[in-house]
Write a protein that binds this ligand. Sequence first.
Ligand SMILES: Nc1ncnc2c1ncn2[C@@H]1O[C@H](COP(=O)(O)OP(=O)(O)OP(=O)(O)O)[C@@H](O)[C@H]1O
Ligand SMILES: [Mg+2]
Length: 288
Amino acid sequence: MNDQAKNLRKMLDMASNTEKETKVIAVVSGKGGVGKSNFCLNFAIELKKIDKEVLLFDLDIGMANVDILMGASAKHTIVDMIERELSIWDIIEKGPENLSFIAGGTGLSSMFQLNPRKLSRFLQQLELVNGKYDYIIFDMGAGVSKDSLHYILSANEVFVVTTPEPTSVTDAYAMIKYIQLKDQEIPISILVNRVDSIPEGKKTFENLKLVTNQFLQKEIRLLGIIPDDPTVLKAVKAQIPFVLHSSESKPSKAIQEIVLTYTGEKQDDVTPPFSTFINKFKKYFTER
Ligand SMILES: Nc1ncnc2c1ncn2[C@@H]1O[C@H](COP(=O)(O)OP(=O)(O)OP(=O)(O)O)[C@@H](O)[C@H]1O
Ligand SMILES: [Mg+2]
């Protein structure tokens, strides 16, 4: 009863907001451990700070951890929505800065082999959040599988995270190639994380841009550059997002700048809204 009342209140809260053009961003990488989850969380919090409505969705198969990074304990996870048929409103948790998030939980791998009944339920639940958020951010696992690719391609745009390490860059290229083979239109932006200097970050991007232009005929954009800084590990250990733990640190300043540039670019942005996301999602699943 209590839960029902809570859900109703949540729905009414959301309904009172004006409808938004929800944009779905899939954050991916070729190599693991390059900083995707930290980026997603801190980017989401900075978006919240400028009054954007954000839903952070942990889709890292089997290794879900955004809840740990923010020191929040999630009562429910996406698995409960799929396996126990809870509504999406039941599984949305609140983190720091009142950030809405859906925890990945364990046993998530089964989600990527959804049967048609579960899939249609997932889509139906996802439709409920259409227009309620400015941004939905998918924190994906490293690499790509046939099944996780559906999620990546269903987003309105993709952020590929890499470090300047050659192995990370080649894996980022492989990831872009894989995405490009399936969808030539989806906008791809690059985040260069853990740089020693801004020129190093720019050089990393330019090298990647050169090969994607030449061999994949794909235009990629630079989303931003984040310095390597010990405050990130300190914040991870303290289970506090680094933009809150040390807001004056270089990585925090970098995230703040990325948010401003990214949202500032929105006016001349032509990527499609959420309805297309749902349609694309259906399309990719029915094409299997
Ligand atoms: N800018 C940075 N400066 C210093 N260390 C960083 C930075 N970004 C990430 N790290 C380190 O890298 C670790 C891994 O980061 P994170 O968990 O965000 O990576 P991930 O790409 O999500 O990993 P996975 O592929 O396992 O999901 C962090 O715990 C932190 O120690
Ligand atoms: Mg991660």
